[in-house]
Design a protein. Structure first.
Length: 248
């Protein structure tokens, strides 16, 4: 990834202004758009350079994304690695909840997964540095601000990371369409990590063998699979529900 990235959309830009205002190189607003007064005031307050540009200019810099009349060039956020994961697990202990993604290459899906992860109270999202979408303007837009608030930890070897998680006492649950046990029949044990793959290919067989439990989402009708972020929502919220409403 380059040293700076164009991000766009009201929530994505506002999240960076809140979390890392010093990282914003410049802010562009569409000339005819007057709907970003709060963001504009905040940008002026922290000294961000502001330009009024045409809709066409915004379109070109956001690769035809839905920019909502606002975009910012932002210095790339430092990448989190394995050592950051170790510190996070040590700090959170039994409260640690992780989402592990195996082969999610679509930026919109990654962004949506980050958004779901924040809503479900997930500690961090883990993804391989290869065969995986990286942080980009499309990810930030789909995440709607969550990309700034949920740690995304890139790892070099997924199998090694899963083995490390097991050694630290984290239970590994992997979503598989052909699993015998549904999430309604599963008792999630803390701390845990949920492993999901892409909608097309699912989780690789090697990855599945490293997990403690294979689970599936009960599907009705003729639907065979769900978008990965939709599946993540069903799995994560069910696991969190169990943690908050333990059986008697």
């Amino acid at each position: 990834m380059s040293s700076s990235e164009w991000i766009y959309g009201q929530h994505a830009v506002a999240a960076v202004l809140d979390a890392r205002p010093e990282a914003i190189v410049e802010l562009w607003l569409q000339q005819s758009n007057q709907s970003h007064r709060t963001t504009l005031a905040r940008a002026k307050q922290v000294g961000v350079p502001i330009q009024r540009v045409s809709a066409e200019t915004l379109r070109q810099h956001t690769q035809d994304g839905t920019h909502q009349g606002i975009a910012a060039r932002v210095r790339t956020r430092p990448t989190l690695r394995e050592q950051d994961l170790e510190a996070l697990i040590e700090a959170q202990g039994d409260a640690c909840r992780l989402l592990v993604l195996d082969g999610v290459t679509d930026p919109h899906n990654l962004g949506s997964c980050l958004r779901v992860a924040e809503a479900a109270g997930i500690s961090a999202v883990i993804a391989p540095s290869r065969r995986q979408a990286s942080l980009s303007g499309s990810v930030y837009k789909s995440a709607s601000g969550s990309a700034e608030r949920v740690p995304l930890i890139h790892i070099t070897n997924l199998a090694r990371t899963l083995e490390y998680l097991k050694r630290t006492g984290i239970w590994l649950y992997v979503a598989c369409g052909d699993a015998e046990t549904s999430i309604w029949e599963t008792r999630f044990q803390s701390p845990w990590a949920m492993v999901l793959g892409s909608e097309g290919e699912g989780v690789r067989a090697r990855t599945q063998t490293l997990c403690d439990f294979r689970v599936r989402i009960p599907m009705l009708g003729q639907v065979e699979s769900l978008n990965v972020s939709t599946a993540a929502a069903a799995l994560l919220f069910e696991a969190q529900r169990q943690q908050r409403e333990p059986s008697t």
